[in-house]
Write a protein that binds this ligand. Structure first.
Ligand code: FES
Length: 167
């Protein structure tokens, strides 16, 4: 878009990550288009003096982005690529072993979120995507089951706690 063009959007919907849960060494895990939502979170956690680690997962070196931006914030950044052309070969979970973390925040495609759920040993928060009708809690089209009953991803989410997720 060009500067000055107008957008008609609904913003400020749903919840967000809770920084109070992070502990001193939060880990951020992003895959593909799930990477940008973690940038501002990283900025806020660094402003609080937290020792932040970041795992960024992509298919190949050509897709890698935001690595330097996170490094400029003072985070320790680990890149994984499925084809091994940059960083650790494999998925984001392949970089977990050598990172010391107190809590995690993640955003990315659902298969990645599920793998992160199974591979992590601390509590954490997951940002989900869902097909949406209304976007503000009226149609129930984005409803999903959790351990605490049905929740709407658009209004009660998109962030769910690890402890409440049912796959
Ligand atoms: S999209 Fe309508 S309730 Fe979530």
């Amino acid at each position: 878009m060009k500067a000055g063009e107008k957008l008609d959007v609904l913003v400020g919907l749903g919840n967000g990550y809770n920084l109070e849960n992070s502990g001193n060494k939060p880990l951020l895990i992003g895959g593909g288009v799930g990477v940008p939502p973690l940038y501002n979170l990283c900025k806020k956690l660094r402003a609080e003096g937290k020792e932040v680690s970041v795992i960024l997962g992509f298919n190949s070196k050509l897709e890698v982005f935001y690595k330097e931006e996170f490094e400029k914030l003072g985070a320790s950044v680990f890149v994984t690529t499925v084809d091994g052309s940059e960083g650790v070969k494999g998925f984001v979970t392949n970089a977990l072993d050598n990172i010391d973390y107190t809590y995690f925040y993640t955003c990315g495609p659902e298969p990645m979120l599920k793998a992160v759920y199974n591979a992590t040993k601390t509590g954490g928060e997951f940002s989900f995507e869902e097909r949406m009708g209304c976007g503000f809690g009226a149609c129930m089209g984005c409803s999903c089951k959790t351990k605490y009953g049905n929740k709407r991803i658009c209004k009660d989410g998109p962030v769910l706690l690890k402890e409440e997720i049912i796959w």
